[in-house]
Each structure stands twice: as structure tokens, then as C-alpha cells.
Design a protein. Sequence first.
Lengths: 348, 484
Amino acid sequence: MIESFQETLVAAGENATPLSITGGGSKAFYGRRPEGREFCVRDYRGVIDYSPTELVITARAGTPLAEIEAVLAAENQMLAFEPPHFGASTTLGGTIACGLSGPRRPFAGAARDFVLGIRCLNGKGEQLRFGGQVMKNVAGYDVSRTLTGSLGTLALLLEISLKVLPRPETEVTLCRQTTAAEAIVLMNRWAGKPLPLSATCFHDGQLALRLSGTRRGVQAAAEQIGGDRMDPAETFWEDLREHRHAFFTDDKPVWRLSVPPATAPLVLEGETFIDWGGAQRWITTMLPTAAVRAAATAAGGHACRFRSNDREAVFQPLPAGLLALHQRLKHSFDPAGILNPGRMYAEL
Amino acid sequence: MSSATFTLLLRSHLPEQCVLSHPEDLRPYECDALSAYRNTPLAVVIPETQQQVKTTLQLCSENRVPVVARGAGTGLSGGALPVTDGVLLSMARFNRILEIDTGNRTARVQPGVTNLSISKAAEPYGLYYAPDPSSQIACSIGGNVAENAGGIHCLKYGLTVNNIQHLEVLTVEGEQLTIGSAALDSPGYDLLALMTGSEGLLGVITEVTVKLLPIPATAQVVLAAFDSVEAAGTGVTATIASGIIPAGLELLDNPAIRAVEKFVNAGYPVDAAAILLCEIDGTADEVSAQIEQVSRVFRDAGAIDLQVSRNEAERQRFWAGRKAAFPAMGRLSPDYYCMDGTIPRKHLATVLAEIGRLSSEYDLPICNVFHAGDGNLHPLILYDANQPGELERTEELGGKILEICVAVGGTITGEHGVGMEKINQMCVQFNAAELTQFHAIKQAFDKQQLLNPGKAIPTLHRCAEFGAMHVHEGKLPHPELERF
Ligand SMILES: Cc1cc2nc3c(=O)[nH]c(=O)nc-3n(C[C@H](O)[C@H](O)[C@H](O)COP(=O)(O)OP(=O)(O)OC[C@H]3O[C@@H](n4cnc5c(N)ncnc54)[C@H](O)[C@@H]3O)c2cc1C
């Protein structure tokens, strides 16, 4: 199958026909509108290697994310970045290409933190392997992490090795009523204390906090923090991760603002859902792009038009110098510009 | 332009104290901690301001003069080795902590700040910077970023790449780039990852924002002795399999234990074939629960002796031996050579056995002290550079060890970088297309190839020669591996 992928890429390069790489199609809504001929790679699937004691799983990019999670769960392990699926068809490749992470992210790390190695095809159809299946590897530039979140604009991902972690022995969710401002203060104060936190969020007057770890440790921390237990809580965090929570079903555009976690509540017309201990603010609003971006920039962060009908200016524009560097990097992987052109930025 | 003219040009743009060019002033900069490799640079520039760094880079790029950045010079792979016709750019005077943001739990620092001083500055707020290379009192954060440095606690808390948020970088043309931000992610490609571990080949780091973590409430260490290295290896995998990620999990083999005990009275059992040091940190309840669990796992794996630190002083004593391992080697032997391959943990026992075999074959003693939890080996080859041919034999033995690491699915360097030292082994780990892609990335940042030339990524030409050299000797290692 790799050979046929290579042929497709080489032919696309020769005819200068852009390709739109698709896996399960679950994140077709994300990023700028795909241009080019659809090139579906989901059939390249299957777990290649998984040894629980190595804490590493290697799988083909077309493998359904659900399959990977099931394989890990059978060994009491997990993907600690809690990737959102956004649908049943999600593949591992799409997950890594989008680089999205769920509620555990501020405490466990993002998708990129768990990527150990990648086998891929660059725009010339050359098969390349970077990183590996070991925890530490500084030989050569860290291309595998650079490809994570690059929305398929640099290379076609074939195989991915991820670091996995043991599932916590137990999890407890606590909640309390408070204001957004107070919630941000509390979330950051707790994050600065040695507590087994694994998620904190705030919406509609309710601060929710998840503790993960050993039974004894979680119990002691829960007593220290106080608040009401949410039971069961699993669906609450899953609904947040999957954007099934009522907040996200609004018709208005959904913005994602990534800001320093302790940033005070942003004064923006619209509704807000605060996740990642304050570092990720979901906002549904009809405000013009410039207003939302300005608020994010003023706070030292950036804004992404995450879900909306306007697919033109999705990601925060890059300063000229960085954009030029992005263009040169894109060219170094994909000189003919056939891999998902325009999916991230019009210029890439 | 001649060297002398270029030095004059530097002097005409920079304050007197920022430019060194007299031979005796250049000597301290001839090498990093891999002192077998030495070069005298054309001049050393020690800028004090961002503008001076920029001026230096602009002068170099306009005149096509190579530039090698240097932090504290503790690198073990020759990364900061000067090039003879180039400038050595020392970032040593960029040694200020600019801001500790307790609310967002970050520290914004200049690149020349030492690793440990960040944690010292954050301590009053109950915070610290997690990656802790053994060289942390001396090495700079800029050098840590350039090498993606690791340490004992990286098993649980990650490497440098997992613990930084933002960099200010100057390109070789002197253009300033802001990479990352005070938020947890940034738009565009993950250039933070690309810069981390790039060994000074892509840009000069002028500012770093690191993440700070809460200081764990408590920590305890289990010291477990085993009568075979295999059993200790089982102890490592069984710990992970039991669902625990220790804060640190280190292995010392018998030669290392003996060497260490001679100099530090850490209380290590000198008859053990290997010991494991396993640190658990967290809240008091987390720690007591996991210490019990780990102790059980080690006993099941065949530990012949178990000690759990009862207080902070004892914990420090257990670690004192591990920390003194390198200096101890320095006293055992005139010279030692530290390797840095990483392997999948399941191959620990076989690879250590193979290293033992090579040690006898080359008649050079090897001690093993390493990050077992990560599978990051540090075989220390003891030798005497004054004995003719011994350095060459040592390097050849080191190369063999790295090739074994690659053959079992590992890598030639886990944390020390490729630098000058492992440049030939890069040809074993990567094929021509991959190396070409690396060069293309370099080109995107530094089209004149002026930043740290000749390091980290070998030219295809060099690899062809390296491959040919081995064939010529009739000892091609691992013929199953692709090469050209
Ligand atoms: C006794 C001892 C123990 C060690 N233990 C460990 C360990 O446990 N873990 C570990 O990972 N390493 C360890 N090391 C290796 C070394 O300390 C690390 O690689 C460290 O990160 C190097 O930092 P430095 O400031 O000394 O950098 P240098 O040696 O000065 O430079 C290293 C590389 O970084 C580049 N560089 C430096 N500053 C900049 C900058 N501002 N911008 C761009 N590039 C720059 C240089 O060009 C060079 O390529 C050890 C070394 C010694 C001597």
C-alpha cells in the first residue's frame, strides 16, 4: 500500500495536482477548507507493535483511534493526552495531524508530548522515519513532533509511535459553585500545589476538578480541596472532550482561545467555557474575527476559529518572519506544494 | 576577508570586553566537556545585549563566517566545539532570570542562566524546573534547549522539550523570531519542538520561558540490590508493568557500585550485581502507597536486599552515590568516555551482556550507571589517553555500542546530542533520504550553512566515506542495516 501511496504522491507532484489527505473525515470541519483531490489513506491500518512494559504503541495511521484505545485499555493503559474523537471514524493519523488534546492536557501533556516517532512520506513520496520507539532520542531534528499538528501539510503520516501511560487507579471529580474570576484563581492556585490534578474546568457558575492517582492519594487530596463529588463524572469529561456538552451545540461560531492560564476572564460578548485550568477558553460568539483575535493577543495568546462556516481565516495569522520560515519549511518537505495546500494557511 | 581583518571588524562594532582574540584568551574555549576534540576559533565573542548578539550574527552572515554558539560548555558530544575559521559566540553573560510568573507557573530567563538557578529562584514559591541533568549546577538553559537535555526525573516529568513554552531566537541573519508563547500552544508548526535539540544549527536562543511545577510534597527512594543484571532489568520492566511511573529509576552495575562506594559512603551493597534506585514522589499518601507496591515488585523480581529511605537525609545519601558516579570514574581512571544510547527497556539485559563482552574484547573496563526507566544507557568506558592508541580503541568500542543500540531498535543518543562525536553513527541510524530532509530543514533556517557547521547531521559524502571505511576493514557492523 505504501508503494501505491508513493506513486500517488509522485504523480501529483508531476502534474501539480494538490491532494487533500483524509483519514476518517471526523475533523473535516477543522482548519481551512480542503483544496485538491481527496486522497483517502484510512485503509493503511492496524497496530504494529505494542508492548505494555515499554509504554509504547506503534500503529499505522489509518488505525481507528477507538481501536487503539481499546487495545490500551485491555492492558490498563491509556493515551494520556485524552485526544478528542469528534466522531466514530477518527483515525490515529488524523488525531496526530490535528494535534488536538483533551482535558488532561495541562497536567499530562499534549499530543506532541507523547509522539516518539513517525514514519511518513514527504511530498516527493520519499519514505522517511524520524524518532523511534524509545523514550529519549535526540539524534537529528525532532521532526516527529514538528509533524504533529501540521495538518498534513508537510508529510503523509504512515506509522506513529506513541508513549502511553498506566491508567490511574482511581479518579474523583469535585465541583463547587463560584464565579469565573474566582474559578481561574482557584484552578491556578491548586495547579501550583502538589496535588494529583488531572483536569479543571469552569462553565456556567460551576468549577469542576478531577483528581487521578492512587486511592489513598486521591482521597486525601479530595478532603484537602473539598467540594461536592460529581458521580458519575466520566461522561462529563467525555462530553467536554467531544464537544457534546450543550455549550458546544450552539449555532454560533466556536472559537478556541489559547491564553496563559491565569488570564482573568476575557471580556468578550458571548458565552465562555474555560478548560485546561484556564489555558483554553472556548467562546461562542458572533463577534468579528478581529475582535476575538485582539482579545487573545492582548492576553498573550492566540485564537482559532475552531468550528464555523467561515473557513477563510481560521488560525491566527503569523508574523511575516515566521510565515516566511513556515513557507521555507513547507517547501523543504513538499516542494511541489501538493500536501493539503491551504489547509492551515492560504500561503502554505 | 582574513581572520585578522574580521576580528578588527568585530572590534569596531562591539565593546572591547566582548571580543577575545589573543591565543591565550581563546584557549578556554577550545573544547566543551568532550575534551578529546579541540579547535581554536578565529575569535570569541561574549555579548552582553541582544543587540550585540544581533550585530555579531549580521557581521558573520554578511562575511560568511561560521558561528558556533556556546552555553556553559558542559556538552558531552562536542556540540560547542569551535570551528577554526569561525566565531565562538558565548552566551555566558546572558545570565539573568527575567521573571518568575507564579500565577502562570513559568520562568522567563536568559539562555546563560544555569539549570539549577531556575529551580533555586522558584523555590520560595513552592515551584521548580523539572528536567535535572546531573550537570545542573553548571549547564545553561540555552544549552539544555539546544540538546534537549534530560535528567533523573525525566521519566515522570519529561525532557526539556516537554518543559519549555517559549523561545526568542535570532537567525543567523540577525532576524528575531518568537517561537511559542506564554500560552500552552501556538499557531503554525511546532517550531518549539524543532528548535529543541537542534544543537545550535538553526538559530541562537536569546531567551527561554520554562514551565515550573509544584515541588512534590514528599519523595522517598527504594534501594534494591539484585544478584544479576537480568533480575534488575526485570525489576525495571515489572515496575512499569505494575502501573507505576517512578520519578526516577536508575541502575548501577557492580563495577559502578564499587567505584562509587570507594569515594562516597552511600551504603550501596558492594557485592550486588546491580542496584536499582527508585524514587517515588507526590503527596504523602501517594508515596506510601506506591513505595509499598514497588517494594513488592522488586521482591518478586528477585531483589536480594531492599532499603527504603526513612528520611530526607537518607534519601539524599542514596542519591549521593548515583550523583558521584561520574566524578568517581574520574578518580578511578585517568580518562573516561561516556556513551548515551537509548534502547527499548526489554533489551536491557542482553545489551548490557553484549557491552560486557565488548569490554573484554577491547580490554577496556566499562561501568554502567544509567537512566534505566527510560532505557537510556550511559556506559562509561575507562581509558588512559596517554597510552598510545587507547583513545582510538575507546572510540571504536563506543561506536560499536551505539550500533548495537540502533540494531535493537534504539538510538545513538538519548540526551547528550550528536555534536561532532556521533556524527558517523548518524549514518547508521538514518538513510540518505532522511539525512537529505534534515539538510533541507537546516536550509530553511540557515541557507548559508553558517551555524555550527559540520555538526549533528553528517553530509552524505561523509557517510559514504564512513561506510566505505568499515567495509575496507572487512568488519561491517550490522550488515542488515541500510547504508550507502
Ligand atoms: C558531568 C556531566 C554530567 C552531565 N549529565 C547530563 C545529564 O544528566 N543529562 C543531560 O542531558 N546532559 C548531561 N550532560 C551534558 C550537558 O551538560 C548537557 O548537554 C547540557 O545541556 C549542555 O549545556 P551547556 O550550557 O553546557 O551547553 P554547551 O555545551 O555550551 O553547548 C551545547 C550545544 O548547545 C548549543 N548552544 C548552547 N547555547 C546555545 C544558545 N543560546 N543558542 C543556540 N545554541 C546553543 C551549542 O552550540 C552546542 O551545540 C552532562 C555533562 C557533564 C559534564
